[in-house]
Ligand binder design. Structure first.
Ligand SMILES: Nc1nc(=O)c2c([nH]1)NC[C@@H]1CN(c3ccc(C(=O)N[C@@H](CCC(=O)O)C(=O)O)cc3)C=[N+]21
Length: 290
């Protein structure tokens, strides 16, 4: 058997078409377009690449996006000041800070400074708490991309056993909560889980989000299972591979996401879905206040 391919590029193109229309609808109503600010503290090579990809999507859908580059030696106080400036800038509806940050800048500073109504990557305590409580919230875009790919791929979640490999704040943990909301049975495994294969082999849907190249092997996958690969591991010789050993796993899985061309292309598009939602909320609030 060969697995069906869940094509993130096709799905992303569909989503971007929907978003382009949504941006037009918003612009028609309010006379300006939704705006995203990307804070990029220089130093991480991949972050510059991701930022350019986000700017490209903005052009494709007609939204506004601007890059706020900060030098690598930016202090915590300077980063805080930059975020506060964006919080009070009415043309900015969503703010993301590219991760990872240099070691001298605490991640909590970002989570605690971005205004929750502009925190479209869902990292603030308010959004993370609301997600945990099952209340409306912005969701970390990579976790949301996994849900999007499963829904567009018509993979049922209700009553299914989903095993999530990885417990990060941006993927594993929020994804487990989103899957629970879909009535899946969820198991979270991580680097200290003994006998990993005994868990992964029970999965109807297996999500790999650990950041270790090709660690999921065919013998860890139940025949016919859906395998979602969130990994983006850069290879020293160039290019990238996922956390899943695609060549062998695609022979046993029922459906699988490739890397590249799987979860990645949906991640950045979902950032704009949430930015547009944030813009609607902020515009409605301003109208109310006046
Ligand atoms: N605050 C923050 N939020 C993030 O969501 C965030 C972040 N920081 N830092 C970095 C990670 C990584 N990430 C990706 C986004 C798009 C692709 C993507 O489009 N990938 C293409 C790459 C194409 C290629 O390289 O050939 C693909 O998989 O097909 C991948 C990875 C978002 N992240």
């Amino acid at each position: 058997m060969t697995a069906a391919i869940l094509n993130g590029r096709t799905m992303s193109a569909e989503l971007k078409n929907e978003l382009r229309q949504e941006v037009q609808r918003y612009e028609h109503r309010y006379g300006h377009v939704p705006g995203l600010a990307i804070v990029l503290v220089e130093g991480d090579a991949a972050s510059g690449f991701y930022s350019k990809a986000i700017l490209k999507i903005a052009r494709e859908i007609g939204a506004a996006a601007r890059l706020e580059p900060l030098p690598a030696q930016t202090t915590a106080e300077e980063l805080r000041a930059a975020l506060l400036r964006l919080n009070s800038d009415e043309s900015v509806h969503g703010i993301i800070v590219q991760m990872p940050l240099p070691a001298h800048l605490p991640q909590e500073l970002v989570a605690n400074t971005i205004a929750p109504e502009k925190d479209i990557d869902g990292i603030s305590p308010k959004n993370a708490g609301n997600l945990c409580l099952g209340l409306p919230s912005f969701q970390p875009s990579t976790a949301a991309a996994v849900i999007e790919i499963l829904e567009r791929g018509k993979i049922q979640l209700e009553g299914k056993h989903v095993v999530v490999l990885g417990r990060s704040n941006v993927v594993g943990k929020p994804l487990a909560l989103l899957l629970l909301q879909k009535n899946a049975t969820v198991t979270i495994c991580h680097s200290r889980t003994p006998n990993l294969a005994s868990f992964t082999r029970q999965a109807d849907v297996l999500v790999a989000a650990v950041g270790r190249a090709t660690m999921v092997k065919a013998e860890m996958v139940r025949p016919g299972a859906t395998v979602i690969d969130v990994g983006t591991n850069a290879l020293p010789e160039g290019g990238m591979v996922g956390d899943v050993d695609y060549a062998t796993v695609q022979e046993v899985a029922g459906a699988i996401t490739p890397v590249p061309g799987g979860v990645g292309p949906l991640t950045n598009a979902l950032l704009f879905k949430q930015c547009i939602a944030a813009a609607w909320q902020q515009a409605a609030q301003r109208t109310e206040a006046r």
